[in-house]
Design a protein around this ligand. Sequence first.
Ligand SMILES: *[C@@H]1O[C@H](CO)[C@@H](O)[C@H](O)[C@H]1NC(C)=O
Ligand SMILES: *[C@@H]1O[C@H](CO)[C@@H](O)[C@H](O)[C@H]1NC(C)=O
Ligand SMILES: *[C@@H]1O[C@H](CO)[C@@H](O)[C@H](O)[C@H]1NC(C)=O
Ligand SMILES: *[C@@H]1O[C@H](CO)[C@@H](O)[C@H](O)[C@H]1NC(C)=O
Ligand SMILES: *[C@@H]1O[C@H](CO)[C@@H](O)[C@H](O)[C@H]1NC(C)=O
Length: 626
Amino acid sequence: MVGPKRHFLPLAVISLSAFFFYSYYHSSLPSSTSELSPNFTVSNPIYAQNYNPSLANFSFIVKVLAFNRLDSLSRCLRSLANADYLGDRASLHVYIDHFAHQNVSSTTTVDQKLSESRGILEFVDGFDWKFGEKLVHYRTTNVGLQAQWLEAWWPSSDNEFVFIVEDDLEVSPLYYEFIKSLIVNFYYNASNYSPSIYGASLQRPRFVPGKHGNKLLLDDKTRLFLYQLVGTWGQILFPKPWKEFRLWYDNNKAKDIKPFLEGMVTTGWYKKMGERIWTPWFIKFIQSHGYFNIYTNFLHERALSVSHRDAGVNYGKTAGPDSQLLEDRSLDFNILEMHPLSSLKWFDFCFREVIPGRIVTNMDELELLLPSLNKQDSILMVNLFEVSDSVARNLLCHFERLNIRNYILLGPESDFLFDLARRGHPVINVDQFIKWVGLHKLTSQGSQFEAIKSILAKAYVIKKCLENGYNLWVVDGNMLFLSADPFSESKDPNYDFFLATSLELFYVRSSATAKKMWDNNLVSKVVAMAEDLAKKGSLSHSDQSFVHVMAILLEQNGAKFRKLDETTFGIKIGSANVNKSSLGDKKLVYWSAEMGLESIQKWLEELNLWVVDQENSCTAVVCHKS
Ligand SMILES: *[C@@H]1O[C@H](CO)[C@@H](O)[C@H](O)[C@H]1NC(C)=O
Ligand SMILES: *[C@@H]1O[C@H](CO)[C@@H](O)[C@H](O)[C@H]1NC(C)=O
Ligand SMILES: *[C@@H]1O[C@H](CO)[C@@H](O)[C@H](O)[C@H]1NC(C)=O
Ligand SMILES: *[C@@H]1O[C@H](CO)[C@@H](O)[C@H](O)[C@H]1NC(C)=O
Ligand SMILES: *[C@@H]1O[C@H](CO)[C@@H](O)[C@H](O)[C@H]1NC(C)=O
């Protein structure tokens, strides 16, 4: 549908209906968590390591993918030539696919096709491009869209950017100024740089590929946002992620690994169209790497790039422009105004908000983080010490399936922990946290100290949760939930504390009794115990157990607690008589911390509970309406 031009009446109608739409869905807008994001910056110095691009070496290439549509191509090139390149050099590379030989039946059609191709070549040769070099790549066979995209570019440096346009696109005269500002702000300004960003799409966002995902809704004030989906109608690609993608594609293709991703509409396309399209590959790559694309929200169906959806490979018959081209400078806002990255919202394939970069290193940051854990009165803290990376990633995929969002991960400082935070999982960096509370002097080297550090950190986290009125579940990463609330039936209202020794499970209710205990310096008692432990040469298994330490302290304080019998709601894997049918209505599975990764994986695979692929990424995208 072609939207109305700038006449008063239709515009008023549009904004009214937009207002209605906005109000109607307002309750479902993910607004509650977002106020917090500005305090968590994604452009953490940790991510900026090896980051050294130079604007002096910036270069820009427009890659036009063409086939047999002369009218479309000429409209496209004219619009590109009509933009202001600000005196920068901009190269134009045109890739002309060949018609398919085998489908041409008679000589008349052959002659017709040949003359069509010549017409296109003549037009491109005669086309005046005064902003930089013009290069024409005329193919000898029909390679189709996948190869047209994938072979369009191998970045020659970290400062080379491309803008890929299919021939039925038309761009705004303002497009280059916008792209340049965007690249300067989000690539060359280190404080707004994120390694998660793979590019920017100039098309109007229109589609949510995750099945049962949220509606694509944004508030009227949002101009830029981040979204995982690639936008093929005018996509700017950043060099490093694209190179990474090409190598990833190579690897998967060579090993015959298909880009299947359960829960995504695009996987259905792949099953139908196979290698004729390229987006399912890219989407799978983006999902496994946790990357994002910049999008615009110019309202009133406006965009800097529109697709005329002409009849061709994608459309059987012409469907007309998908959006309104943003052309005039007399806009109601300044499109060149760029905001700090920390103020933008991030959305996943379900169009659910993601908050990357939440790395807690002290108690103040923890306090700020707690309300972002999705308005629950209980928080789930998962210990990742001594948990292997793939087991942790598998656990998080189960959280996604079960829609568990009130968790926080506790682990030692590591690239893995930072990567989890980059992908939107809130983490506590225990090494920094311990330093902040002044306990790093409590030295004792070696792996046993890790256990002591995690015990201390847990005691502090409980204190902060109680102060803020949250109940807390402390669980170990060596388990998997089979239900969103595995302990619901165990929660006896007569108790404020529950523990289960072999699960390293500890629950504390935010009650007056619990608060009083923690106010009465329970933490310093934990510290004293930790100091004693640290002096001890070697620690027994129970010495290293948080639950064990808590049981002693609760007893000393005369507090009532309930020991949970884990076998009533959980099942321990690793013994011969466990199989799919014995899972029954169990709420969780767990295993001994000594069990090796290979056995854990083997067991979980047998029970259909291993839901990560060989890259440790989830085999499915599971959307829940929020
Ligand atoms: C960010 O943190 C500061 C304190 O460091 C606080 O005053 C401010 O309200 C926070 N901003 C948001 C949006 O939460
Ligand atoms: C720009 O590229 C040239 C040639 O590759 C290189 O010698 C130079 O160091 C680069 N400049 C900067 C500032 O990185
Ligand atoms: C070529 O013809 C075959 C068989 O008629 C058909 O399956 C195929 O889709 C055609 N290819 C193109 C590119 O039109
Ligand atoms: C880099 O970005 C920050 C945050 O948006 C901004 O304050 C600063 O002015 C920018 N630097 C330059 C050189 O534009
Ligand atoms: C599964 O385990 C139960 C006991 O836990 C056993 O009775 C049953 O035979 C086992 N089933 C299979 C298929 O091994």
